[in-house]
Design a protein around this ligand. Structure first.
Ligand code: SF4
Ligand code: SF4
Length: 161
């Protein structure tokens, strides 16, 4: 194909490609009943993210303020960029023996790459994805969270089969 033919062929392909895209745009422009965009933030009260959405790492607590984190530190070891810090303490168990428990599960959202290694390797399913996505702050320190709530305690030991 000589260069002149290729030149006009490229123009033709460009125009037809543009026309194909504009047809879709035009269809939704003249058919307001088929609105597919979300009106954010007006829809904030009803906005529901998809289940697979990764907003931030969270630690679920039940109605008794209990969680499943034993403070084993596996998530901290597996996090590739130090976004998790596990601080433990000693507490007496039912037999009066001092055992390790979580003191603070610290999560640095500002450093998290959402790789999910911490969640996938936690042997107790103690952490998961939360769906909050409004993380814009003026003070970076507000993106560091303690995932175990004040006064919370270990629910029970559950090991993945
Ligand atoms: S979240 Fe899971 S892996 Fe991390 S310290 Fe707690 S129990 Fe261990
Ligand atoms: S998702 Fe990845 S980067 Fe974020 S805290 Fe977990 S292991 Fe670390």
């Amino acid at each position: 194909m000589n260069s002149v033919v290729r030149y006009f062929t490229d123009i033709y392909k460009g125009v037809t490609s543009l026309w194909t895209g504009m047809k879709v745009t035009g269809k939704y422009f003249i058919s307001p009943g088929e609105i597919v965009t979300e009106q954010y933030p007006e829809n904030r009260a009803t906005l529901k993210m998809e289940d697979r959405f990764k907003g931030e790492v969270i630690m679920p607590h039940d109605e008794n303020n209990q969680h499943k984190c034993t403070g084993c530190g596996i998530c901290e070891v597996n996090c590739p960029n130090g976004s998790i810090e596990i601080i433990t303490k000693k507490v007496p168990n039912e037999q009066g023996k001092m055992v390790r428990a979580i003191d603070k599960h610290i999560y640095h959202l500002s450093m998290c790459t959402f790789c999910e290694l911490c969640i996938k390797t936690c042997p107790f399913d103690a952490i998961t994805w939360g769906q909050d996505f409004e993380h814009a702050v003026f003070d970076r320190t507000r993106l560091t969270r303690v995932l175990n709530r004040p006064g919370s305690s270990l629910k029970k030991k559950e090991v993945k089969s």
